[in-house]
Ligand binder design. Structure first.
Ligand SMILES: Cc1ncc(COP(=O)(O)O)c(C=O)c1O
Length: 385
């Protein structure tokens, strides 16, 4: 890959932290044992899994046994929503979620609709935030689950999770949050926030791809009882069978440990770079910010440059990597469902760029990116006339 690459797409995935790779290496080479084996080799490997689980539990303030390892947030989301739906059919078949959720949540809900469940998709305001009154109104006697993402992957807005969890609990529903873009970047403490189920992925906070976790509350009054999706050897308390991905889990554990130590410093540094980029880019004529300007994560900005096609910008930006929507659906020719939910026109949606920063970005990179984007927007607009 090109040495000069400027990677500004950290919400899609982050670079593996070299310290994480170092921690993983033994488990990709001579420490290859199965963590479930009861011989000495297996027991020794399992100690490292335990340590990783403890680091991740500490990052989100839960007990070690409340962490279920999966292949990533998508699987965690499927396990949480389908698992709760199946095990709570006796109570009801209604779920509440939000139009701006990640496709992993929305498609899982659509699947359940085909199985006879009823889903309420709450709208958001032009700033991307939920109206608490709407949340309260949407929950019924037969509502089993309210699922609201913590940080939006496209615009970075942060929903008022604590309040939403309280509303859900007052009406007897479980509260789940997809915190894939939040864990490792901001403090997310499940007990403090009243979360019963929470999905996240290692590769969004400098860990490896292909590993994630689901937090499942084990304590009353909102002890979450789930049915498994994947059956087999009974790993992960029977909720996720299959030989544990030891290198991935150790890597995610190391990433969690680093995040706990460095989160605050990272946030301050990255936030300054993001603010610089945003201030500069919003000086361009007919450019505006998508989503709430304050109640959002420090690492992302999503800007509409009217009459400049985002796909063309991405091509012209060459070695500068940015995004025009959710990476997971970026092969689609539809405008972003998140931007449509904010009330943008299709044309504005197709003219919006997401810049998402991470631990390894520098101010120097930001200066280069800003200059290039300014030039490209001007050129594209000249080509329109
Ligand atoms: C908010 C959110 N949820 C879920 C996912 C899915 O994560 P993974 O692809 O690691 O399963 C992503 C990935 O972009 C995301 O941003």
């Amino acid at each position: 890959m090109n040495q000069e690459l400027i990677y500004l797409d950290n919400n899609a995935t982050t670079k593996l932290d070299p310290r994480v790779l170092e921690a993983m290496m033994p488990f990709l080479t001579n420490q290859y044992g199965n963590a479930a084996s009861n011989h000495e080799f297996g027991v020794a490997i399992n100690q490292y899994v335990k340590e990783a689980r403890a680091n991740i539990a500490e990052l989100i303030g839960c007990d070690d046994h409340e962490i279920i390892f999966t292949s990533g947030a998508t699987e965690s989301i499927n396990l949480a929503i389908k698992g709760i739906a199946e095990s709570n059919q006796g109570k009801g078949k209604h779920i509440v979620t939000v139009v701006t959720e990640h496709p992993a949540v929305l498609d899982t809900c659509r699947h359940l609709e085909r199985q006879g469940y009823e889903i309420t998709y709450l709208p958001v305001g032009p700033d991307g935030l939920l109206d608490m009154h709407n949340v309260g109104q949407s929950i019924r006697e037969d509502t089993i689950l309210v699922s609201v993402m913590l940080v939006n992957n496209e615009i970075g807005v942060i929903q008022r999770i604590e309040e939403i969890a309280e509303i859900a609990h007052a009406k007897g529903a479980f509260f789940m949050t997809d915190a894939t873009q939040a864990v490792g970047k901001i403090p997310v403490l499940v007990n403090h926030l009243g979360i019963d189920l929470m999905s996240f992925s290692g590769h969004k906070f400098y860990g490896p791809k292909g590993v994630g976790a689901l937090y499942v509350r084990s304590k009353r009054p909102n002890k979450a009882k789930l049915n498994a999706l994947i059956h087999g050897g009974g790993h992960e308390k029977g909720l996720r069978s299959g030989t544990l991905n030891v290198p991935g889990i150790v890597g995610m554990g190391q990433a969690a440990w680093i995040a706990r130590k460095e989160m605050q410093a990272d946030a301050q540094r990255i936030g300054k770079i993001r603010d610089y980029i945003e201030k500069e880019l919003l000086q361009i004529d007919h450019a505006f910010l998508n989503g709430h300007s304050n109640q959002r994560l420090y690492n992302v900005t999503n800007i509409c440059f009217e009459d400049a096609d985002a796909d063309a910008m991405i091509i012209d930006l060459k070695d500068i990597m940015v995004s025009n929507g959710s990476a997971c659906s970026s092969t689609s020719v539809e405008p972003s469902h998140v931007l449509m939910a904010l009330g943008l026109t299709e044309r504005q949606g197709f003219s919006s760029l997401r810049i998402s920063l991470g631990r390894f970005n520098t101010q120097q990179e930001a200066v280069i990116a800003v200059k290039s984007i300014k030039e490209i927007v001007t050129n594209l607009r000249l080509m329109n006339v």
